[in-house]
Design a protein around this ligand. Sequence first.
Ligand SMILES: NC(=O)c1ccc[n+]([C@@H]2O[C@H](COP(=O)([O-])OP(=O)(O)OC[C@H]3O[C@@H](n4cnc5c(N)ncnc54)[C@H](OP(=O)(O)O)[C@@H]3O)[C@@H](O)[C@H]2O)c1
Length: 240
Amino acid sequence: MDIIDRVRAVLAGVTDFRRRAGRPYVTLTYAQSLDGSIAARPGHPLALSCQESQVMTHALRASHDAILVGIGTVLADNPRLTVRLVEGKNPQPVIVDSRLRCPPYAHLLRPNCTRPWIATSHQAEPERQAALEELGAHVFRLPTGYHSMINLSDLLAYLADKGINTLMVEGGAQIIANFLASRLVDQIIVTIAPVVVGGLRVVDNLSLFQSNNFPRLGHLFYQQVGGDLVVRGEPTWPAS
Ligand SMILES: NC(=O)c1ccc[n+]([C@@H]2O[C@H](COP(=O)([O-])OP(=O)(O)OC[C@H]3O[C@@H](n4cnc5c(N)ncnc54)[C@H](OP(=O)(O)O)[C@@H]3O)[C@@H](O)[C@H]2O)c1
């Protein structure tokens, strides 16, 4: 698949990125409808992409060291974040969860899954941390910033210290918006499904971007995958 070859070539060229930038190379990826929805309703899963795109997503996962989702996605979708549709190694799962709402029944805590790393904050109760560690999770506390959310720069520095060179960020909406607003995205891969949903917009808070400071993609690559269109590019922001 051309898109996979393209992404592998990009990732092969960023082996020195972590040392230079002090953080992993970040790939932001998600599936959206034609109108920019990633779910029909907040907190509810919606299968948007076709089977071929799902295989592509698993191949993308296998090309990264770690994969990150917000706790909203864990609660809504209960994902496994594995590469079960392709050959390859499962990436290290990372959950951003400042209050340790991750439920004990989460697939990511199952014994046969790679033990998740959970980034939390001082707000989380020690009892919840102990319970999640009992189930095998590695829980670590980081400073919070805007709206008491985990500081994403600190999180990426932590992952870099742990040896993570490449990170795939898979959602959901708040995580995507905050990675973009923090300008911590190096490439974006969006799968566009030919359906109109009118649901949860991938980015609905335009105040995240000060006037006209919208990220624009360069080095564009387009490919039809099954019935979906995949767009890949590298964001740049105008000087503020
Ligand atoms: N189509 C797709 O590709 C795709 C992919 C993934 C998810 N989804 C959908 O997206 C929806 C979930 O999105 P969501 O926005 O509700 O949840 P989310 O982005 O997965 O997680 C957001 C939560 O993460 C925590 N968080 C802590 N620090 C954060 C930070 N710096 N930035 C952002 N979040 C931070 C916050 O909860 P605390 O305050 O409790 O820490 C926040 O409410 C679901 O409907 C799911 O199906 C779609």
